[in-house]
Design a protein around this ligand. Structure first.
Ligand SMILES: [Zn+2]
Length: 139
């Protein structure tokens, strides 16, 4: 059985999966800690999971491997892009410090305005424009 048709849906799911923790962050945890500290945003967790899951899938159900790899690659792309302006625990389990490439100063009460009005948001717009262009030019 070929499961190639699952690669793109798996990648889309992996690309958004880490931010599902926002439901826990807002509705369960009452914003007690930064959501990038939850396991879905911790690269070390995904490395450990992948180290177990990928060989297991390759052994037991090789046809699922492309979808699993696409999911994991998209999770890492998400976490990598999150670490540009948001902290990620890249050194977990050795450190719980959040690392980011740049710091967004808190100039406005609404946290989202701090990101939207910062020049790094142009990178986000470029990514959206590239995605839209690829989508419009799809064959
Ligand atoms: Zn995220």
């Amino acid at each position: 059985m070929i499961t190639a048709h699952l690669v793109v849906p798996a990648a889309v799911l992996g690309g958004v999966f880490p931010d599902f923790d926002m439901f826990w962050f807002y509705f369960i945890d009452n914003r007690a800690i930064h959501h990038h500290r939850y396991w879905v945003h911790v690269p070390g967790f995904w490395l450990l999971l992948g180290a177990v899951l990928v060989p297991l899938i390759a052994w037991l159900g090789r046809q699922w491997l492309p979808a699993v790899l696409a999911f994991l690659a998209a999770v890492f792309a998400h976490i990598g892009l999150d670490s540009i302006a948001g902290g990620i625990m890249w050194l977990w389990p050795f450190s719980t410090q959040l690392h980011s490439l740049i710091e967004i100063p808190a100039r406005y009460d609404q946290w989202v305005l701090n990101f939207i009005l910062h020049p790094v948001f142009i990178l986000e717009l470029i990514i959206w424009a590239a995605a839209l262009t690829l989508w419009l030019r799809r064959v």
